[in-house]
Design a protein around this ligand. Sequence first.
Ligand code: ADP
Ligand code: ADP
Length: 229
Amino acid sequence: MASISLRNVVKRYGRGAKANPVIHGVNAEIADGEFIVIVGPSGCGKSTLLRMVAGLEEISGGEIAIGPRVVNKIEPADRDIAMVFQNYALYPHMTVFENMAYGLKIAKTPLAEIKARVDKAAKILELGHLLERKPRELSGGQRQRVAMGRAIVRNPQVFLFDEPLSNLDAKLRAATRLEIQKLHRELGVTSLFVTHDQVEAMTLAQRMIVMNAGHMEQIGTPEQVYGRP
Ligand code: ADP
Ligand code: ADP
């Protein structure tokens, strides 16, 4: 687990006269183990912010730190983060176990350790009975849980969720939301969750960051942001 500091974070796409500023100096201190939702309309910069935390996007100004370490100075292989995307492809020819184990295998993790981590993730996600199946033999919700499993086995310090629910129908969305809450309860990993859906944001957030046109408009609990009824 780790805290996350956003210090006057700026992002411009392009350079010189063509530079297009999309994040205008965002400041936030996120505590160890917090579940933060970044909410705002399409195009306001949520994904860009998340991708900068992930080290997938260059930071144009300011600084992002995970724990004591500044993101742009961490080697990609040492980044203790895991990201869950809206569209993740599972490897169709691999079993659920192999899909979850793949990244660890590439990282040359010992087999006993791989098994222990996959078993732990499978238990949390209730995938234990499906480990030998192929993705095509799973429901959409089960596939989504495998994708989360791949993130969990990395033992990340930080989870980043980029609209992981938005391609699901209403029923599956509710179920997966509960799954994500359970995951956070059990592992307590610092999480950033991006969505344009205010209901989703209010339901999941311990605190929320409200973005608009590249500015952070508010940060606070759902009660603080929306006021009490
Ligand atoms: P959100 O996730 O809130 O929908 P994004 O972070 O995807 O917003 O985008 C913020 C702004 O940055 C938008 O105006 C978008 O068009 C622009 N943008 C996003 N990615 C790129 C890119 N790779 N190159 C240039 N502009 C981009
Ligand atoms: P693959 O070979 O399937 O891309 P690896 O586990 O070998 O997966 O990872 C390659 C790189 O991508 C590494 O730098 C790793 O940190 C990063 N990476 C892989 N999966 C994720 C994820 N879910 N979230 C964030 N980074 C990831």
